[in-house]
Design a binder for this molecule. Structure first.
Ligand SMILES: [Zn+2]
Length: 99
């Protein structure tokens, strides 16, 4: 069967082809991942939230940008790159003592 619906974000019509038996399982309350394991993830997302693949990818990339900028602010990937040695040249073994 084919499900045709409109994207809630951009209003574009999008259609998803799906086995009726799978659709019924989902309608009966099964998780969409469980009812349609072999289905395209974007198609599933459209059935689930009525967001078309194009909009969904945009949301995804927005989220990635957000996560990345958050991460680089608070948790850099390489922890403490080239920490300057304290005066005297001793390696900083007392990491917890910060002044
Ligand atoms: Zn859309």
């Amino acid at each position: 069967m084919i499900v045709i619906d409109q994207c809630v974000l951009c209003g574009a019509q999008y259609q998803v082809e799906i086995r009726a038996s799978q659709f019924k399982r989902w309608q009966d309350g099964e998780y969409i991942q469980g009812a349609m394991p072999d289905m395209d993830v974007y198609d599933r997302e459209f059935l689930n939230s009525q967001i078309c693949p194009r909009c969904f990818r945009e949301l995804e990339s927005d989220a990635e940008d957000w996560v990345q900028s958050e991460a680089s602010d608070e948790h850099p990937l390489s922890p403490e790159p080239s920490t300057p040695l304290p005066r005297g040249g001793r390696p900083s073994s007392e990491g917890e003592r910060k002044s």
